[in-house]
Write a protein of this length. Structure first.
Lengths: 269, 326
């Protein structure tokens, strides 16, 4: 037990460091928040126009849609920052240094990204959310339990997203230039997770497939839980899907890392 | 007690070799040529707790490969390495906790954070108890004079300041062994001196085993008692630094710049190695005569403008070892 609490503590410290780190560049922060604001405003305007032209859309209400768009920002960054860092360190061979540290690379990166996430949440996402609330009005969660379930679901979404990024980063070991793969990953996630277009608007056949892919667990499922658009069984099913995909991606990631370590150890760092 | 044992260790890599030309490139794609490179060939040595060992060799001699095997990054092709009773490449995490590592060219500090924050992080990663950490930290700050820039972000530090912080970071968790891979590369004389002094003191007082690779023989002379010299993957010298320098490191080269070309230049204290116009290279024995004495003699007779004293190069020492032995 003490071991675990110590390890949690060291990870919290790592998270805190990145948290502080992210605040170093003030100009970056201001630009980022403006970019986010423009993006959200554009999406809301776009959806409002589409909605007004097609009043027959009875899938969802405009208020729900605006809430959805506003909330997509609560999900972690789809293209996590560490991917580029790891890729350059794999290419330079510097990744070998990770083998002389008494902490696992994955754990370390995870804690680091978590710090970045909370930083984002606190200084960007929440202010943005509040702003949209006052400008357009946002549906608040229906109950306290819905909030808890949403937080749990967002946490699982975070792990899943991290795993996909981790796998992409490690792929640099086999594919020298990661750029294309990384863009492919980002766009696939954006499209199939419902980050750009809610999956309700997908044709039925596509929806029934995407529902079971790992991507839906990143944006669509958590937001549905927030909006209260799912029944209890569907909520449980959503959690199950997230957990299954987390297990699969964790396994793939750790297999890749093992392969990299043994390759480094045998073929030179 | 032997803290490090290296027994019959060899390491070879398979490297792809590139054929020449476009056609060759195409052939490489389908049937690459694999070439075996033996980086380290059957080396043996052991190191005792509290030793300070200089590990030298020219570029590509296999010293980095050895350090990587000792730190657990590489697995030997043959033989066995024991560090603190563990095989580092099998017990990476456990080994990592007992050792400190400084790679001169790479940073382990956080670029955007103050040193204070990085140290705090090391404390938790290595699970250093509060009282030990406090003691070590204060000692490092004092010995390496980190106080001037302790709360400055790393990216704003000079190379010398950063290296001092890197070295300090490797000792924070009181490791029994610290590996330093070229810690003084690119530093000015003052910063080099600070690091050497620190290493000497910590080795004496805390009995921390130090293994140092460098291209600067002064580092070795001032920090280490023992020397391992490796060339083309083979260990060619293992003994005391002092004895080594007496036997092989005695020769120095001084280059003297004269106002005009001088015919039949002569000095009683050394031999003229080469002459190009008004620049003359003289080889002398360090134990027999000092450089100022040579200069004094020369400038009394010829118009000297400038001079340069060369440190013995490792390549030169290697050659000397071979020459004197054969």
């Amino acid at each position: 037990m003490r071991e675990i609490s110590k390890s949690v503590k060291s990870n919290l410290i790592i998270a805190r460091q990145t948290f502080l780190n992210s605040m170093v560049f003030r100009t970056n922060y201001i630009i980022d928040i403006v970019v986010d604001l423009i993006f959200v405003l554009l999406s809301i305007m776009l959806w409002t126009t589409i909605f007004k032209d097609n009043p027959s859309q009875n899938i969802t209400s405009l208020a729900t849609l605006i809430t959805y768009v506003g909330l997509t920002k609560i999900v972690a960054q789809i293209d996590m920052k560490f991917v580029w860092d790891i890729q350059s360190r794999i290419l330079s061979g510097e990744i070998a240094i990770e083998l002389v540290r008494p902490i696992k690379l994955r754990t370390y990166l995870f804690a680091q990204e978590l710090g970045r996430y909370f930083n984002n949440l606190l200084i960007k996402t929440i202010p943005l959310y509040v702003l949209i609330y006052f400008l357009f009005g946002i549906d608040l969660p229906k109950s306290f339990s819905a909030v808890l379930l949403f937080i749990l679901s967002i946490f699982l979404s975070y792990i899943l997203l991290f795993n996909l990024n981790y796998i992409t980063a490690l792929a640099a070991f086999w594919i020298t230039k990661l750029f294309s793969l990384s863009v492919f990953k980002d766009q696939t996630i954006r499209l199939l997770s419902g980050a750009i277009v809610p999956l309700w608007f997908f044709p039925d056949w596509l929806f029934s497939i995407t529902k079971y892919l790992p991507f839906a667990g990143i944006v669509f499922l958590p937001l549905n839980i927030y909006l209260g658009k799912v029944s209890t069984t569907e909520t449980i099913e959503a959690f199950m899907l997230q957990i299954i995909w987390i297990l699969i991606t964790t396994f793939i990631g750790s297999m890749m890392w093992k392969k990299i370590v043994s390759n480094l150890a045998i073929n030179g760092g | 007690m032997d803290i490090i044992q290296v027994e019959n260790v060899s390491k070879s890599y398979l490297r792809k070799d590139q054929r020449e030309g476009t056609l060759g490139g195409l052939k490489d794609l389908f049937k690459p040529v694999w070439v075996q490179k033996d980086a380290v060939k059957n080396i043996n040595f052991s190191i005792k707790l509290g030793d300070s060992v200089g590990y030298i060799g020219s570029n590509g001699s296999g010293k980095s490969t050895t350090i990587k095997m000792l730190t657990g990054i590489l697995t030997p092709t043959e033989g066995r390495v024991l560090v603190n009773g563990l095989e580092p490449y099998k017990d990476r995490m456990k080994n990592a906790k007992n050792i400190g590592v400084v790679f001169g060219q790479r940073t382990q500090l956080w670029w955007d954070l103050a040193i204070r924050e990085s140290f705090e992080l090391f404390k938790h990663i290595y699970r250093v108890p509060d009282n030990v950490f406090k003691l070590n930290k204060e000692k490092m700050i004092e010995l390496l004079r980190l106080d001037e820039f302790y709360s400055t972000p790393v990216r704003q530090l000079s190379l010398g300041q950063r290296m001092r912080a890197e070295v300090a970071a490797a000792f924070l968790h009181s490791p029994s062994i610290v590996f330093l891979d070229e810690p003084t590369i690119g530093l000015d004389v003052v910063a080099k001196e600070q690091i050497r002094k620190f290493l000497r003191e910590i080795n004496k007082e805390h009995k921390t085993t130090i293994i140092l690779t460098t291209h600067d023989m002064d580092d070795i002379e001032q920090v280490c008692e023992r020397l391992l010299l490796i060339n083309s993957g083979e260990l060619i010298y293992d003994g005391f630094v002092r004895g080594f320098m007496d036997d092989f490191g005695n020769e120095r080269v001084i280059t003297v710049h004269f106002e005009e070309p001088i015919q039949n230049i002569y000095t009683p204290f050394g031999t003229v190695h080469s002459q190009a116009g008004n620049i003359v290279k003289i080889i002398f024995e360090k134990s027999a005569v000092s450089a100022p004495k040579i200069l004094q003699d020369l400038s009394a007779r010829y118009p000297v403008i400038d001079f340069q004293l060369e440190e013995p190069k490792i390549e030169h020492l290697v050659r000397q070892v071979y020459e004197i032995r054969s």
